[in-house]
Design a protein around this ligand. Structure first.
Ligand code: PMP
Length: 433
């Protein structure tokens, strides 16, 4: 029995599945989840004292590496001034200013505590602003666990969705249209059928919750055009991609140069540097529909929390263009090494990429993965043995094939070499599955 075995057994008597977020339970890869006690740079240390090169990075926030000294200093200084005041603080505007300087599509910003809250508020705001009810989302895109977006595709492309989780009412799902990703014909058809009732299209700037899927050339731009033509809004969900795929997020890599602008954007993860902060922002006329100026209600006891703001300001201040070039380079090196190890072991695969985010999909080399149906059709069974071989070699991968791999500015040569050394055995394990 390891200490993680003990801790997991105990946790299961106290919390559903022993966890506070489902993917942590290792449900799709099996085995005992490792309980972590500390993190520094590119490494996590578990309760048994074993360290791992971390390719999850807290699911995105740890862009600078864990426990970056400047972020810790800022947090320590904020903690010394008190944990929460229930009033406005100077750092809220500082963080909003940093976001606005980087992402010109953001004219106003509101801080919330989680990505779910950011998208939930964006959806309510879009409905309040347009006076319409329907929301279009894409199958396989995740926007947090708000009821209306935990929806699964209905029987036809332009029909209302079905509940995607127990506890979601048919009524909540019926106000969502779920379309196949990368399919503009489906978007046009939905707007032809329901255009005057659609408040917004919400999409991940680049999907990374069905594994990574690259938005087809011009896809996001077309969403912007179609929503505009029909008086609907485009909500670009950058909770995962924002300030990770580039200095101005994924929109900065694409939309800013292609000449289209989302009406609203949502952020999370990197914006809080590991503390619970998220945000939504966008057009001033839409954002000003939020209370106290406008009729759309939204609030939060811990919104703009001073410790979280300090972590966010320090993180964005240190997330320089050099950090992004470094992480981009590491991502290319690692995905190339992964692909050659799998080739050498004869494992059919594709590397799925959007900016510096990537994931592997097994059995998909012929066409790659462009949507949720293709993501689900891959050889999922190859991932568990691959994952466990890497874990045994001291590399912590996302415990699901449907997640992106995350790198950081702290992934130095020693960390990368440990990963490279581990890949051939893991690729063999995947081949034998
Ligand atoms: N949107 C996207 C694109 C996400 O990846 C996530 C979380 N992985 C969320 C929203 C929800 O964020 P949170 O977990 O902070 O509620």
């Amino acid at each position: 029995m390891t200490r993680s075995d003990d801790l997991f057994a105990h946790a299961q008597t106290l919390m559903p599945g022993g966890v506070n977020s489902p993917v942590r339970a290792f449900g799709s890869v099996g085995g005992t989840p490792r309980f972590m006690v500390s993190a520094k740079g590119a490494y996590l240390t578990d309760a048994d004292g074993k360290d791992y090169v971390d390719l999850v990075c807290s699911w995105g926030p740890a862009l600078l590496g864990h426990a970056h000294p400047a972020v810790l200093d800022a947090v320590h200084a904020a903690v010394d001034r008190g944990l929460s005041f229930g009033a406005s603080t100077p750092d809220e505007a500082r963080l909003a200013e940093l976001v606005k300087e980087r992402v010109s599509a953001v004219e106003r910003l509101r801080m919330v505590s989680t990505g779910t809250e950011a998208t939930m508020t964006a959806v309510r705001l879009a409905r309040g602003f347009t006076g319409r009810n329907l929301i279009v989302k894409f199958a396989g895109c995740y926007h947090g666990h708000l009821d209306g977006l935990l929806a699964a595709a209905g029987s036809g492309l332009a029909t209302m969705a079905l509940p995607g989780s127990a506890g979601v009412t048919e009524a909540a799902a019926a106000e969502t249209l779920v379309l196949p990703y990368n399919d503009l014909d489906a978007v046009e058809a939905a707007f032809s059928a329901h255009g005057e009732h659609i408040a917004a299209v919400i999409t991940e700037a680049a999907p990374a919750n069905m594994g990574v899927v690259t938005p087809g050339e011009g896809f996001n731009a077309a969403l912007s055009r179609i929503t505009r033509e029909h008086g609907a809004l485009l909500i670009l969900d950058e909770v995962l991609t924002g300030f990770r795929t580039g200095y101005a997020g994924y929109w900065g890599l694409t939309g800013a140069t292609e000449g289209w602008t989302p009406d609203l954007l949502t952020f999370g993860k990197v914006i809080g540097g590991g503390m619970p902060t998220a945000a939504l922002g966008g057009r001033a006329d839409v954002m000003d529909y939020l209370a106290p100026l406008g009729p759309v209600y939204q609030a939060g006891t811990l919104s703009g929390n001073p410790v979280a703001m300090a972590a966010g300001v320090a993180t964005l201040t240190h997330a320089t263009p050099e950090v992004y070039s470094f992480v981009d380079g590491r991502s290319l090196e690692l995905s190339a090494a992964l692909s050659s190890a799998l080739d050498a072991a004869g494992v059919d695969h594709s590397i799925q990429r959007a900016g510096n985010l990537f994931s592997v999909a097994f059995g998909t080399s012929a066409n790659g993965v462009h949507n949720y149906a293709e993501a689900q059709a891959q050889d999922v069974f190859r991932y568990a043995p691959f994952f466990h071989s890497m874990l045994d070699s001291g590399v912590y991968l996302p415990p699901s094939v449907f997640e992106a791999w995350f790198l950081s500015a702290a992934h130095d040569d020693a960390a990368m070499n440990r990963i490279f050394d581990a890949l051939p055995a893991a690729a063999k394990a995947a081949a034998q599955a």
